[in-house]
Design a binder for this molecule. Structure first.
Ligand SMILES: C[S@@+](CC[C@H](N)C(=O)[O-])C[C@H]1O[C@@H](n2cnc3c(N)ncnc32)[C@H](O)[C@@H]1O
Length: 128
């Protein structure tokens, strides 16, 4: 697994950091308390209609996907790991004007890892 160089450059300085996670690979962590309702993004990647199994793609409207598997064409949001269930997530994914964003759905404490629920079928594939 390579160091996330480009994603590191895109992470909001002083607010979030990318580092190794106990859940999987790299994760995104709060460097200070973040209030509920803060929007992050958009999620960057290649817009495609080709399905992928790599785990970095979100479905958009009109059968399109935003695929962040290419680290050189994506941003820090590609490193947000999956919550065990909806209740555990502290950020939610949503679409706005054709783009995908994350938003904090509760206050996140300093040092906490950002977790988003990828969806039931994806979680099942991860063995949850
Ligand atoms: C968007 S990436 C998350 C960032 C990833 N940790 C990395 O370093 O590139 C999604 C991939 O991370 C892994 N992953 C994310 N959340 C996980 C979890 N809760 N349990 C196991 N693997 C997870 C899976 O391999 C998934 O396909």
């Amino acid at each position: 697994m390579g160091t996330p160089n480009r994603a590191k450059k895109t992470v909001p300085t002083g607010i979030l950091e990318i580092k190794l996670s106990s859940i999987h690979g790299f994760g995104v962590f709060a460097l200070k308390k973040i209030q509920k309702g803060v929007r992050m993004g958009p999620y960057e990647g290649n817009v495609t209609k080709v399905e992928t199994t790599q785990g970095y793609a979100w479905k958009l409207k009109y059968s399109q996907l935003i695929d962040a598997s290419d680290e050189s064409n994506s941003n820090y949001l590609r490193y947000v790991n999956c919550a065990k269930n909806i209740a555990q997530q502290n950020v939610i994914a949503f679409q706005y004007r054709g783009q995908l964003y994350y938003r904090t759905c509760r206050d996140i404490l300093e040092g906490e890892e950002l977790l988003v629920y990828y969806g039931t079928s994806f979680a099942k594939n991860l063995g949850m």
